[in-house]
Design a protein around this ligand. Sequence first.
Ligand code: SRM
Ligand code: SF4
Length: 568
Amino acid sequence: MSDNESPDVERIKRDSRHLRGTIAQGLADPTTGGIAERDKTLLKFHGSYQQDDRDVRDERRRQKLEPDHQFMVRARLPGGVLTPAQWLAFDRLATRYGSGSLRITTRQTFQLHGVQKQHLKPVIAGISQLQASTIAACGDVNRNVVASVNPLLSAAHAQVHDWARRLSDEFRPQTGAYREIWLDGEPVAYTEDEEPLYGDVYLPRKFKIGIAIPPVNDIDVFAQDLGYVAIVEGGHLAGFDIAVGGGMGAARGERPTYPELADTIGFVTPDQLIAATHHTIAIQRDFGDRTDRMHARFKYTIDDRGLPWLREELESRLGYRLAPARAYRFEHNGDRFGWIEGDGGRWHLTLLIESGRLADRRDRRWLTGMREIARVHAGEFRLTCNQNVIIANVAAGERAAIDALVAAHGLDDHRRASGIRRDVLACVALPTCGLAMAEAERYVPELLPKLEAMLARHGLRDEPIHLRISGCPNGCSRPFLGEIALVGRAVGRYELRLGADFAGERLNACLLENADEAAILQALDGLFANFAERRQPGEHFGDFVARSGIVTPPPRRANRPAGGTSGS
Ligand code: SRM
Ligand code: SF4
């Protein structure tokens, strides 16, 4: 049985004494660059994955060397907000101990890659000293809570960010293991009630929460296990619509797995938010499938039992009926680039960071540039779920200094970028991701110029089109919500998917399976020509291909035979 199969993982969690396992001993073992198999599972809950450099994997195997073990470290940054001091410290850790780049993830936090085992402790301790953490950035727990970064609504954003932080704090694991292993805390006697919510075996699978502020769905709220849509009335946060059961993963296993969009089931006021979240997580803890990890996400718990069951179970635990969901409208799920004036005359600058990778390469000295900006910036930074960064909360008089640093370090791609380049998302994939079947992040610089040339030929250079690329069907760039998506199937081969909408409210569908680049470009060339000629005024590409019947995107809840109707 592989390490990823449920009974094994459930046993490892149960026997771990709340995530302690033998991680500390493994870190101290100088004979290998890796750690024991069972500790790899536990380490995820502490915010790190053991990986190896896949570019050199075969060569090392030939040389009978162990894999080039290294660790990815993911921070927990609720709402993606960090101070300039925190920025500079992350930069120092990445430069000193990592591969020299900071990677903004699709859940608005930083990942460091290439950390050696002996440096894991200084990195994790270093992040903790920043009043940040890595705990539960991965693992079968509630993950980093994401939140909209809509700078136009600074006041509502501040409130929503505060809620993201509170949810993140409230539902983080309580185990003393983290302090003991990484922060040299005194070992404390293991007690059974150390984890009041999660218990000994934690959740059956990862659990993701996000809060969106309409009209911008920049977090893809319907891709979350538990999504909240902030209802802002008269500039005041009235509460949140609750959406349950989203998720992207669609691996091909023995049992069908599929992407799913969350359903809205009601509305809660801010003072009801923590309890509603607590009980929703507890329902998944109690009813999620612990026999099959491929079937363990919340979306399957809901699909198996039905949405009416979920709502009744939640209402019975809450002790009241949920109020009906309120109306909202999303316009898009991308970012707005350039300067925007927010509340109180403060300014926010959104920069385009290709695949979220901040590194120094030839004319793009993005890591250095952001470091220089962090040295003079007095506001904060916001990382976006579209892998970009916002230099937030800038006084009008400080804009020129920031603009000069942006230009000097080539961080102003957003000024020149084509429509498709502004909205591309790509997951990490090779060489660090152990599950990658094809390139994603590294394929972007090769693919984009070809698409741009084609779009320009059809007069579509500036047309905003959401393109998402994933190295496998796990869907870390949320590809099933791309107007165009490439989902890796093998080296150089992708599924071409089309027809999601522009606001993250409709899944796409497969046009070509297992296609190489030539087939993909040929198909897209014809479609772009058609789109340029036959689109309706203002129609987006995803809507056009769906309306024209080129693909048939699945209706909402297509996979929910027992699902009944939504609650709103
Ligand atoms: Fe992911 C696993 C990277 C967002 C669905 N994801 C992985 C791992 C850890 C591979 C592994 O298990 O060995 C990848 C590490 C690659 C590397 O080298 O860094 C990885 N996921 C990422 C990131 C870094 C992608 C990126 O390019 O930004 C994102 C980190 C988010 C964060 O900061 O927490 C990331 N992953 C997502 C998202 C998007 C989201 O949450 O909005 C999804 C789809 C939503 C969802 O969860 O359904 C996602 N990742 C997965 C899955 C499939 C889960 C499933 O239900 O089937 C896996 C595989 C698994 O869990 O077994 C996975
Ligand atoms: Fe790795 Fe697949 Fe996620 Fe890409 S989508 S980071 S290849 S697990």
